[in-house]
Design a protein around this ligand. Structure first.
Ligand SMILES: Cc1ncc(C[n+]2csc(CCOP(=O)(O)OP(=O)(O)O)c2C)c(N)n1
Ligand SMILES: CC(=O)[C@@H](O)[C@H](O)COP(=O)(O)O
Ligand SMILES: [Mg+2]
Length: 623
């Protein structure tokens, strides 16, 4: 690591010659593999953008010039070059280096990302602000071919193209989203990947055509009028040209010289430019090149074998969901499944292989996915949209306007609800209970374990109205199962006279642990597994708290507008007064990255901290 060890920031980097840059790219790859094999992280995307990032930083001058990384999972090389390589041992750990761009981490991180397809909108906003202030520098948005499938990216291209402002979009095309990329645009990009590199602007082609006697003026006129002409054959990125961009490319994204040349050219052309760069996801590490999906986001692994280090044999909630869905779909041919570019993460791969004709990967298009599900349901099909809690935030209006207003039987299987861990602020699923609970017609459930998820899914497909089931990231630890108890009622797990704990989802386990700990202190608790966030099982809850002075709720959602607020509303509406009441959930702040256990302790939501808080509460008089 001769060259890398001497680089402590962009000033050192800027002095390197081409040969040194080439060596540096190999050293960076080795460094990334070594570090991510220990901490885990988004390896394959970063291995693919080594030369691209080097060339960008060689041609542009960060932080004056601003680079915006779409999704931001591929910004590790940028972090290395901008003075953060020493922090890589702490990557994605609590208080350590974030896996995404963070303004507080560096002045070279000009905009924060985590969710996809935002970089062009943000870049355009920054470019137009620059123009308004009369300033001069470059703004570069780097977006992947997967992120380009998101609707926002198109909205922004449409706006940027006619804005005529100086703005560069770098399309990092590796033919992959997390899984294989999907859709018509992806097919179009595949076609133009093989075209010769094209550095001229569309107008040049027209003047070239004019000079060919056999073609001449009339063809140019026709070319200007119709889309199906020779002009479209000559200009590979015509879609972008028609939107108002100058298209440059396709360029080999692993050739630093070519990249430097194209970026220099882009820097000097006026108006919006799109540079199409072809890269290979996982480049330089055979296992990641072969399985870019597995190495997209990976836990600690063995570098020699490419195998994950920690293998937990228990099933994850996603796997359980996928398996049950297949069973249900075998019995009911109306059941179909939708994903927005997360087939494996949501556990839908099995369903996709069993029922390819009933499986839809719509790309990174959560809004479309929700309304598409509404359309299917409106025409007699039973869709389930399996989606991470944080990404469903994108579909909020569609849930209200297209699904719930018409009371359509769409099932939302909301994965990664609660704290997800190392991805941090942008990815924790701690808002869903609050952004869903106030929507009329929607039922919201959360299972205490995998077995209950199974029952809840069966229940969901029997409903004639929308229903959301939310469950956490990771493996399910089975608690007790009450065969007689249907999931349409709350479940009483323990009975006690001093405190009533009403818990939802994975916090039911915590509730039981709290209860056992308090019992050692002579405090007897009732523990209710609410199962429903909405509608609450009013009869069970009111009956159980009748003779108990202290009521607490547990949830892995923010407190504001969440499950506890729902219980509080229930008590209020039923005239229940004079009890001590406390909501345990996440506070009104963005929760940082770190392991799930560490974060629960940090926010005093582990069972010991909760038990201590309850003891405090019992000492106090009424609140
Ligand atoms: C709104 C949203 N939906 C889903 C995701 C999950 N996600 C993260 S990266 C990714 C694939 C992105 O593909 P691409 O932009 O081509 O980048 P690559 O990993 O290929 O470099 C997906 C689906 C996300 N971050 N944001
Ligand atoms: C960057 C991104 O949004 C995804 O890659 C996400 O990190 C996946 O999370 P899981 O590891 O929970 O599937
Ligand atoms: Mg890609």
């Amino acid at each position: 690591m001769n060259i890398l060890s001497k680089i402590n920031g962009l000033d050192d980097f800027k002095k390197l010659n081409l040969l040194e840059l080439k060596k540096l790219s190999s050293e960076i790859r080795k460094f990334l593999i070594e570090k991510v094999s220990v901490t885990g992280g988004h390896l394959a995307s970063n291995l693919g953008v080594v030369e691209l990032t080097i060339a960008l930083h060689k041609v542009f001058n960060s932080p004056e010039d601003k680079i915006i990384w779409d999704v931001g999972h591929q910004a590790y090389v940028h972090k290395i070059l901008t003075g953060r390589k020493e922090q890589f041992d702490t990557l994605r750990q609590f208080k350590g280096l974030s896996g995404f761009p963070k303004i507080k981490e560096s002045i070279h991180d000009s905009f924060e990302t985590g969710h996809s397809s935002t970089s062009i909108s943000a870049g355009l906003g920054m470019a137009l602000a620059r123009d308004l202030k009369g300033e001069k520098y470059s703004i570069i948005s780097v977006i992947g071919d997967g992120a380009l499938t998101g609707g926002m990216a198109f909205e922004a291209l449409n706006h940027a193209g006619h804005s005529k402002t100086d703005f560069i979009v770098v399309l990092n095309d590796n033919e992959m989203s997390i899984s294989e990329n999907v859709g018509g645009l992806s097919k179009y990009l595949n076609r133009i990947r093989t075209a010769p590199t094209y550095f001229k602007v569309k107008d040049d082609v027209e003047s070239l055509l004019r000079k060919i006697p056999a073609i001449g003026e009339s063809v140019v006129r026709t070319a200007q009028k119709t889309k199906d002409t020779i002009k479209y054959f000559f200009v590979p990125g015509i879609i972008f040209e028609e939107l108002g961009f100058t298209y440059l490319g396709p360029v080999n994204g692993h050739n630093i010289e070519d990249l430097i040349e194209v970026f220099k050219r882009a820097k000097n052309i006026k108006g919006p430019i799109l540079v199409h760069v072809k890269t290979r996801k996982g480049k330089g590490y055979s296992f990641a090149e072969k399985h870019p999906d597995k190495f997209h986001g990976i836990g600690p692994f063995n570098i020699q074998t490419g195998k994950k280090l920690k293998v937990n044999s228990s099933k994850t909630y996603s796997e359980i969901f996928g398996e049950i869905l297949v069973k249900l779909a075998e019995k009911d041919s109306r059941i179909v499944a939708i994903t927005a570019a997360m087939p494996s993460g949501t556990g839908l791969s099995l369903f996709a292989s069993k029922f390819p004709e009933r499986f839809y990967d719509v790309g990174i298009a959560e809004q479309h996915a929700v309304t598409f599900a509404a359309g299917l349901a409106a025409n007699g099909i039973r869709p389930v949209f399996a989606v991470y809690s944080t990404f469903l935030q994108r579909g909020y209006d569609q849930i209200i306007h297209d699904v719930c207003l018409q009371n359509l039987p769409v099932v939302f299987a909301i994965d990664r609800a609660g704290i997800v861990g190392q991805d941090g602020e942008t990815h924790h699923g701690v808002f869903d209970l609050s952004y869903l609970r106030h929507i009329p017609n929607l039922k919201i459930l959360a299972p205490k374990d995998g077995k209950e998820l199974e029952k809840m899914l069966e229940y969901a497909f029997k409903q004639e109205s929308p229903i959301a089931i939310r469950y956490p990231r990771g493996v399910s630890e089975d608690l007790c199962i009450d065969e007689k108890n249907n999931v349409d009622r709350a479940e009483i797990l323990r009975k006690g006279k001093d405190v009533c704990i009403i818990a939802i989802g994975k916090m039911v386990k915590t509730g039981l642990e709290v209860s056992k700990l308090l019992e050692k202190e002579g405090i007897m608790t009732t523990v209710i597994n609410s199962r429903f966030v909405k509608p609450l099982d009013k009869d069970t809850i009111l009956n159980e708290i009748k003779n108990i002075d202290t009521v607490i709720t547990l949830e892995d959602n923010v407190k504001s507008g969440g499950f506890g607020c729902g219980v509080l509303e229930l008590l209020n509406e039923n005239g229940i007064k004079g009890k001590k009441f406390k909501i345990f959930g996440f506070p009104d702040k963005f929760v940082e990255h770190g392991s799930v256990d560490v974060l629960f302790k940090e926010y005093k939501l582990d069972f010991k901290s909760i038990a201590l808080s309850i003891l405090e509460l019992l000492k106090k008089k009424e609140i």
